[in-house]
Design a protein around this ligand. Structure first.
Ligand code: OGA
Ligand code: MN
Length: 215
C-alpha cells in the first residue's frame, strides 16, 4: 500500500490531461515529503538563494514585477544526494506514465522552489507558447500545511471548455496541466505560500538553463 501517488494505468490523470488539459493529484507528496521540502526551502531562504522571479525573463524588471512578484530558487537534480531526490524520482515516474499513456515524448524536466510572501500573485498567463515546443506539461506541488479558506493564493485554471477552476494550494497536492494551452493565474496570497513548480520538456535541457545561483 502506498500513501503517495504511484504510476498506474488506472490513474485518472492520463484521461483528464488528454480531455480537459489539466488534472489534480492529491497526495502526490506525503506529509513527510512536504516536511522535507519545506526544510529545504527554509534552508535556501536562510542562505539567501531565492531571487525575485521577474528577473531574467523579459529583461524589464518593473513590468515583470507587475505580472508576478514571487521568489524562486532553481533546483539542480544532478547534485549528489539531493534532499529532493524522492521528488525527482516521482517526476521521472510521472514522465514515464505520460509518455506511455499520453504519447508525449517527454525527455527532461526543470523545477524551482517558489515562495509567495503575503501580498504576492501571478497574473493570468501561459507557461509556454505554441510553436516553441519546450515546456509541455506544468507541475505545481503545494507545500502549505495549514492552508485554510481565506488564505488566498488559489491557482485558477481556465480550461479551453467550461468554467474556471479554483485550486486550493494544499500540502501534498499537485496541479498538472498543459503548459501551452491552459491559461492560469495565482490569486493574491494572504499568507506565505510555498510550492515546487516546474515543467516537463520535450527537449533535453542539459544544465544551460540553470542560473548561477541554482541548487
Ligand atoms: C508558474 C505558475 C502556479 C502556482 O509558476 O508559472 O503558474 O499555483 N504557478 O504556483
Ligand atoms: Mn504558470
Amino acid at each position: 500500500m502506498h500513501d503517495t501517488w504511484t504510476f498506474s494505468a488506472e490513474s485518472p490523470l492520463w484521461d483528464q490531461l488528454g480531455g480537459d488539459g489539466y488534472s489534480l493529484i492529491d497526495a502526490f507528496l506525503s506529509a513527510e515529503e512536504v516536511e522535507r521540502s519545506l526544510d529545504l526551502i527554509h534552508r535556501r531562504e536562510e542562505e539567501d538563494r531565492f531571487q525575485s522571479a521577474g528577473i531574467g525573463t523579459l529583461g524589464d524588471y518593473q513590468k515583470n514585477r507587475v505580472i508576478r512578484n514571487d521568489y524562486i530558487c532553481w533546483l539542480d537534480p544532478s547534485l549528489p544526494d539531493h534532499p529532493l531526490q524522492f521528488f525527482f524520482d516521482r517526476i521521472r515516474e510521472l514522465i514515464q506514465g505520460l509518455n506511455r499513456y499520453c504519447y508525449l515524448g517527454l525527455q527532461d524536466f526543470e523545477f524551482h522552489l517558489a515562495y509567495y510572501p503575503a501580498g504576492s500573485y501571478y497574473r493570468k498567463h501561459l507557461d509556454s507558447f505554441r510553436g516553441r515546443h519546450n515546456r509541455i506539461i506544468t507541475v505545481v506541488c503545494y507545500l502549505n500545511q495549514h492552508w485554510t479558506r481565506g488564505d488566498g493564493g488559489e491557482l485558477v485554471i481556465y480550461p479551453e471548455q467550461g468554467d474556471s477552476i479554483m485550486v486550493e494550494p494544499i500540502a501534498g497536492r499537485a496541479a498538472v496541466f498543459l503548459s501551452e494551452t491552459i491559461p492560469h493565474e495565482v490569486l493574491e496570497a494572504h499568507q506565505p505560500r510555498f510550492s515546487i513548480t516546474g515543467w516537463l520538456t520535450k527537449t533535453p535541457l542539459g544544465t544551460g538553463f540553470l542560473h548561477q545561483q541554482s541548487l
